[in-house]
Design a protein around this ligand. Sequence first.
Ligand code: ZN
Length: 99
Amino acid sequence: MINNNLVIDTFYQIATILKIELDANVEITDSLNVDYRGRIFESQFGQIKKHSIEINKAVIKDEEELIEVICHELAHIKQMRHCKSHTQLTNDYIKMVNK
Ligand SMILES: [Zn+2]
């Protein structure tokens, strides 16, 4: 199960491994927002803003997915858009974390 401590601990472990220094707070939400078809949008997993990174634990099923969500959000620091280089950076981060 994903709890707040796990989210925070995992987040800072990853930031340390990736040597990313953040001027941001980590916020944890657990609101489950779905569209009328019951789909959860990617942005529901997490969100990065100027001074905060939001992680939605309600939709994260396990630690592996938590790592993916955190790496995805951290990759947005260098690349805001969901383009190829963002996907590449996210995958690089996940590999570094899982070493
Ligand atoms: Zn994104």
